[in-house]
Design a protein around this ligand. Structure first.
Ligand code: IMP
Ligand code: MG
Length: 167
């Protein structure tokens, strides 16, 4: 297995600042960041610190991957109190087939948030099988398997401070 650097730490930091600006231009009031664990752990930690104003943080654990293959979804729902009547922004590491985000938006809508938006660090549009409306995108990439900055392959490489392709 070989790692090939794709997005550096400094580029990550510029991207997060730009996304925070986009979010702030749409939301003047309180927002709730829903961190999709474990992959968005680094992204959420960086993004929350770039947002001024009132920011609440909550999380959900959801996964549809085993190894490199997209499979069945397992889901741990967030507390309804954190979602109901809030402007929720889903913070996700990467949108691939769209299955995870589609499922999540559907589940959250039962909890009656004021609004739901989606913010992803990476988007792989060529892999999409279910359409999802993504409001904030860090980088669009080709059909590559990437790790680092929270993203894993079989629970490894989450701690890489940059994003790399895995050969
Ligand atoms: P989807 O449901 O197919 O869109 O899968 C999205 C989830 O799969 C993401 O939240 C990631 O956790 C994971 N995933 C998709 N592509 C990659 C990748 O290239 N590296 C690591 N995880 C990935
Ligand atoms: Mg994920």
């Amino acid at each position: 297995m070989k790692l090939q650097p794709l997005i550096s730490e400094s580029e990550i930091s510029r991207t997060v600042s730009r996304l925070a600006e986009e979010i702030r231009s749409n939301h003047k009031g309180p927002v709730t960041l829903l961190s999709v664990l474990k992959g968005s752990i680094c992204f959420t930690a960086d993004l929350m610190r770039e947002l001024d104003g009132e920011v609440k943080i909550c999380s959900t654990t959801i996964s549809s991957y085993s190894g490199r293959l997209s499979g069945e979804i397992s889901y741990d729902e967030p507390k309804p109190d954190d979602i109901t009547n809030s402007h929720v922004i889903i913070v996700e590491d990467i949108a691939d087939t769209g299955k995870t985000l589609h499922y999540l938006v559907q589940q959250l809508s039962y909890m009656n948030p004021k609004t739901i938006q989606i913010c992803v660090f990476l988007d792989k549009p060529s892999k999409r099988t279910i359409p999802v409306k993504i409001d904030y995108i860090g980088h669009t990439i080709e059909d590559l398997f990437v790790v680092g900055y929270g993203m894993d392959f079989e629970e490894k490489f989450r701690n890489l401070p940059y994003i790399a392709m895995l050969d």
